[in-house]
Ligand binder design. Sequence first.
Ligand code: PAF
Length: 269
Amino acid sequence: MKVIRNVADLGAAMDPAPGRAPSVGLVPTMGSLHAGHLSLMAAARAECDVVVVSLFVNPAQFGRGEDLEQYPRDEVGDIATAESAGVDLLFAPAADQVYPEGFDTWVDPGKIGAYLEGSARPGHFRGVATICTKLFLLVKPRRAYFGRKDAQQVAVVKQLVRDLELPVEIVACPTVRDPDGLAMSSRNAYLSPDDRQVALALPRALEAGLAAHRSGTDAVRAARDVLDAQPGLRVDYVAEADLDGPTLAAAVVVGSTRLIDNVVLDAEA
Ligand code: PAF
């Protein structure tokens, strides 16, 4: 596996040899790789000739007072994980490679980036849309893989690709959960064992919401009831929204950790 740290070397590496245009699969990440990321890499490996993983904790998607400094980082572990997942190229730039002196052009996804996560984290999706646009232009992937756990992010990136006619297919992969039901997230590392027990109300609430939806009752009310009954947790939002399909989404805060999760509101029992 090649590790590349600057934009010029990435450009050279992604320039196909004359007459050869291998299909490239991109898995954008902020590192601290877990089984959720591995499922994206496995999907890319199965469908593409060349798999590229980006590892960049993107300062532009963190607001003031958020966890940019504390965000878990383990580059040595991530390189080993990506290598063992059969990744061909890891792009791990420093911030000044991505945002050099004078950088001041942003991609703003509009309404879809302004509610739910967007209203709780103003500017977040502008940062996500900008870094994804840069990565798509630099890596030129045929497909890019995102976890459905960040359903609003998937919807934002799909809109971005559609609106700017970027030649990349966005593949949304199912949420990967730990055996206790908690959706995999790098931020789970912040949870103490007690916090984690409290946090399990989130997937339980979404399951209750899905069951209510399937039986024709109010999904938001059912999820909210489970969360309100859980001491030690603050609800940020519970909402039904079209996030790349009908979705029940929620955000909660446990201790100082903010967690998001969602379920697709399908009709199947
Ligand atoms: O989902 C993430 O880890 C990030 O938002 C992404 C897509 C890598 C952009 O920085």
